[in-house]
Every structure is written in structure tokens, then in C-alpha cells.
Design a protein around this ligand. Structure first.
Ligand SMILES: NC(=O)c1ccc[n+]([C@@H]2O[C@H](COP(=O)([O-])OP(=O)(O)OC[C@H]3O[C@@H](n4cnc5c(N)ncnc54)[C@H](OP(=O)(O)O)[C@@H]3O)[C@@H](O)[C@H]2O)c1
Length: 259
């Protein structure tokens, strides 16, 4: 894949990023691009939503994080490279790809883009998080990951529930991944925006593209929240420190959840 020529990042973006001077505290940035009808894509399809300026911003943001995290749905549909393609990005600024794949259903091969990217030295190899019940010994995919410096990370679980984000953040800290950029897709984002996980989100950087994808897309809409006072529906997620930037034909929201 060709390198991207960087556009200047929008002013003030640093306030929404992990500080380079951090001393080990965990920082999670949630970032994605959405249509006007709050869809990430058309089901089972990769739809480019961002214009070149916002795309350059995403690749700039990647260089400020220890890891980029996606769900297995995105890994399968997009076959992503999960690196920063900004011209001149050194390997030391490349993030570690993390893929949530509890049943290890991603058919990763030596031809997968993330493996080829790591082999060329243009990005780091992925860590694939799987459930402890999954048998990985003798699985060829484990070898393919390890050949390029990646690995399968087994997370102990009881039953088939989704991993809590508290468990995931502890696991990432154990792996030395203290700043995480969560990029999607819908299943991952809606889970993270749920009331019990929201306190882990430090910063939101959301690109809104001037596009409608139409009904039944891959939607971002967090679970409904009931008020503790009267049990009635209330706002699901509010924000503070909200700033907007116009990037070419897109608009970008910079914000923090208001808990
Ligand atoms: N516009 C954008 O910025 C953007 C960014 C990324 C992706 N996308 C698009 O989003 C679409 C894919 O979204 P998606 O919702 O289908 O898939 P996804 O969110 O990428 O992956 C969802 C899967 O990840 C696993 N998972 C997620 N959270 C988990 C947790 N807490 N614990 C355990 N496992 C967890 C589950 O796997 P199992 O089902 O195996 O349990 C879940 O079904 C694609 O079309 C892609 O192009 C768009």
C-alpha cells in the first residue's frame, strides 16, 4: 500500500491524545468515521467514509498509541493493515494491532495484509485475543502470527460472555500496552459505549462524513440507559470538552464522555 502524504493535524488535537510524558497510566481513545445516519459501513462491506484530511488524521492518531484495537468482524471484512501509513513513520511509532476474536474465527494467512505489513517492517504484528476454551496448540495460524512477531493471547473466561473492558484493559496493561486506540467496528464500539464501560473511555475523536449509507447499516448506537431515579429512559452518553474541527469535506468531534 502506498504511503499517505500527511495533512497538518487539526489544532488542539494534543489535548485529546495520551501525553508522551505519561508514566504508565492507561489511556483509551475511541475513534471512528460515521455517516450522517450513524453507520460505520454497509453490512459485510468496507466503505471508505473519510476524506483524505480525516484519513491522514487517523493515521496520525495511530502514531500516538501503543495499540490499535478492532473486533474480528472488522478483521475479516476489511483485511486491514493496522499501521500508520503516514510517510516517514518510524517502526518505533507504529502501534500494536489487537484483535478481539474470542472463538478464533479469523482465518489469518501469510497473505493477510497485517501479516504482510509486519513482514515488510512497516508495522507491528498482531496480538489476537482468544478465549481459554479455544484450542490453539498446533493451529497453523499461531505459527503464522509468531513468525512475524505476533501472538495469540489467551484470556481466561467463565462461559461465553463478552470480555468486560476492565478485564481487557488489565490484559493490555500486562502486555505493556498502556495507550489504546479503539477503531471499531460496530460491535466493539457499542460495547465500549455501554454505561459500565464508558468510564474507561478517555477521549473520543469521531469523523462525520457528509454521506447517508441508508437503513440497516452497521450502526453506532449504545445500549439504552435507564435513569437511576425514576427508571425512565435517559440520555445514553453525554460529552464534555467538546470541540469541532472542519477537515476538508468532513467534520471531526473531539470530546470526552461526561460521566
Ligand atoms: N467507519 C469506521 O470507522 C469503521 C471502523 C472499523 C470497522 N468498520 C466497519 O465495521 C464493520 C464490522 O463491524 P462489526 O460490528 O460487524 O464487527 P466488529 O465490531 O469489528 O467485531 C465484532 C466481534 O468482535 C468480538 N468482540 C467485540 N467485543 C468483544 C468483547 N468485549 N469480548 C469478546 N469479543 C468481542 C465478537 O466476536 P464473536 O462474534 O466471534 O464473538 C464480536 O462479534 C465492517 O464493515 C467494517 O468495515 C468501520
Amino acid at each position: 500500500m502506498a504511503s499517505l502524504v500527511p495533512y497538518p493535524p487539526p489544532p488542539g488535537i494534543d489535548k485529546y491524545l495520551p501525553s508522551p510524558q505519561r508514566t504508565g497510566e492507561f489511556f483509551l481513545t475511541l475513534t471512528y468515521a460515521t455517516s450522517l445516519d450513524s453507520h460505520l459501513s454497509i453490512p459485510l462491506t468496507q466503505v471508505p467514509l473519510s476524506g483524505p484530511e480525516a484519513k491522514s488524521l487517523t493515521h496520525h492518531l495511530r502514531t500516538f498509541h501503543d495499540a490499535i484495537l478492532i473486533g474480528v468482524g472488522t478483521a475479516i471484512i476489511d483485511d486491514p493493515g493496522l499501521n500508520s501509513r503516514l510517510l516517514g513513520t518510524p517502526i518505533t511509532r507504529q502501534p500494536r494491532p489487537v484483535i478481539l476474536d474470542p472463538t478464533f474465527r479469523w482465518k489469518i494467512t501469510r497473505e493477510s495484509r497485517v501479516v504482510q505489513t509486519a513482514r515488510r517492517g512497516e508495522g507491528l504484528a498482531p496480538y489476537v485475543f482468544v478465549r481459554s476454551e479455544v484450542g490453539i496448540e498446533g493451529d497453523e495460524r499461531k505459527g503464522i502470527l509468531e513468525e512475524v512477531g505476533g501472538k495469540v493471547v489467551v484470556i481466561e473466561t467463565l462461559g461465553k460472555q463478552r470480555w468486560s473492558w476492565h478485564v481487557l484493559s488489565e490484559k493490555m496493561k500486562e502486555l505493556g500496552l498502556n495507550s489504546i486506540m479503539v477503531e471499531g467496528g460496530g460491535g466493539v464500539i457499542n460495547g465500549l459505549l455501554a454505561e459500565e464501560n464508558l468510564p474507561l473511555v478517555d477521549s473520543m475523536i469521531v469523523t462525520i462524513a457528509p454521506i447517508y449509507l441508508g437503513q440497516d447499516g452497521v450502526n453506532v448506537s449504545p445500549p439504552a440507559v435507564l435513569s437511576a431515579e425514576d427508571g425512565k429512559r435517559t440520555l445514553a452518553v453525554k460529552f464534555k470538552g467538546v470541540e469541532w474541527r472542519i477537515l476538508g469535506r468532513d467534520v471531526v468531534m473531539l470530546a470526552r464522555p461526561d460521566l
